[in-house]
Design a binder for this molecule. Structure first.
Ligand code: PLP
Ligand code: COI
Length: 342
């Protein structure tokens, strides 16, 4: 049991990336081939059958997105339809029931509205992180899908995921893989993250922010980071990001591929060889939690490659950050449908 959080206890300017037990979460239950209407609940714990498919066979999927306080006091979600669609693609991959997109988005809005006092104030850079997820609750012994599921969304106020924020941090490649081609890398499933804990821990203990995973076949090209996609800005003005069948199709990535073009950069998904880092003037991590976090260096086989700087954010990375967060916090107009009022 955790203690319920109080809004007055938070120091909004100094939030970490941690769980807080807020008053409300959304839950809907799947039984007899259909979803319940769903609604808000106050209890953070979920009763679980000892033979639940999620506990034994990892039949579990999740999403991550944020609610952003605008200057006018309102609250934005950023492209929640993209998370709803990815959630359903993850569900299909693990033979879990899909959830109607309207129910997914309505659940997000209900959780934000019910916990509104926990959406951090405008100007602090902090946000309310939303974690929709679904777990198999039905009992199974053989390896096959459960017949009962719970869908839930909890919220927790967060600050920067990588400690530096816009200060560059160091990354390192690993001998481990997080996902295989043809495996579950494109789906947002807990197993991918379980596989990343050991390499992540090794990297942290060695002083790095996160791991740079390499392609699982040859270990030659960059896949993604433990919790974010990778981008590099080439010296001739191209925004490049890895193309691979085993990485998460990041909502932030597809957004930045468009915003980079606005800045006059060519933008494409392509194979990026780990021995070809010299082509880049700047590099970064991008994702919901990471937002845009500059990659100061990548160490591979003991060789450290420094990008723009180990202490200063580069000009393109800064511009992309300003444009993306400007749209998210409602300071700037973005493409139609990106900012969704709660
Ligand atoms: N890659 C991994 C492994 C992630 O966990 C995330 C975070 O969700 C991302 C990439 C970025 O995805 P998104 O921009 O949709 O948050
Ligand atoms: C997110 O950005 O939402 C993520 O999933 C990263 C998370 C695993 C902390």
């Amino acid at each position: 049991m955790t203690e319920k959080a109080k809004a007055t206890d938070f120091d909004w300017n100094n939030l970490g990336f941690e769980y807080h037990d807020l008053p409300y979460r959304y839950r809907a239950y799947y039984k007899n081939g259909q979803w319940s209407v769903g609604g808000l609940e106050t209890e953070a714990t979920i009763p679980m059958h000892e033979a639940a498919s999620s506990l034994h066979y990892g039949q579990q999927i999740f999403e991550g997105l944020k609610a952003y306080r605008r200057k006018d006091g309102g609250v934005n979600l950023f492209r929640p339809d993209r998370n709803a669609a990815r959630f359903n693609r993850s569900a299909s991959r693990l033979m879990m029931p899909e959830l109607p997109e309207e129910q997914f988005i309505a659940a997000l809005k209900q959780v934000v509205a019910a916990n509104e006092e926990f959406v951090p104030p405008y100007g602090t850079g902090a946000t309310l992180y939303l974690r929709p997820f679904m777990v198999g609750q039905g009992a199974v012994v053989g390896v096959h899908p459960a017949d009962e599921y719970v869908f839930t969304v909890y919220a927790t106020p967060v600050g920067a995921y990588y400690k530096g924020g816009l200060t560059p941090t160091a990354y390192v490649t690993s001998m481990y893989d997080r996902a295989a081609h043809g495996g579950t890398g494109q789906a947002k499933v807990g197993g991918n993250y379980a596989a990343s804990m050991l390499p992540g821990d090794q990297a942290h203990k060695a002083g790095y922010s996160d791991v740079v995973y390499l392609d699982p076949r040859l270990h030659e090209s960059i896949e993604e980071l433990g919790s974010a996609n990778f981008f590099g800005i080439t010296k001739d003005g191209r925004f490049l990001t890895p193309k691979s069948p085993s990485i998460l199709p990041s909502v932030t990535k597809y957004s930045l591929l468009e915003l980079a073009k606005e800045l006059g950069l060519e933008a494409e998904e392509t194979v990026i060889n780990i021995n070809d880092l010299d082509q880049f003037q700047e590099a970064g991590a991008m994702g919901t939690a990471a937002v845009i976090s500059p990659v100061g260096s990548i160490t591979h086989n003991g060789n450290k490659h420094v990008f723009f700087s180990e202490s200063e954010v580069g000009p393109y990375t800064q511009k992309l950050y300003d444009r993306l967060t400007g749209i998210q916090f409602g300071e700037e107009q973005g493409p139609t449908g990106w900012a969704v009022d709660v």
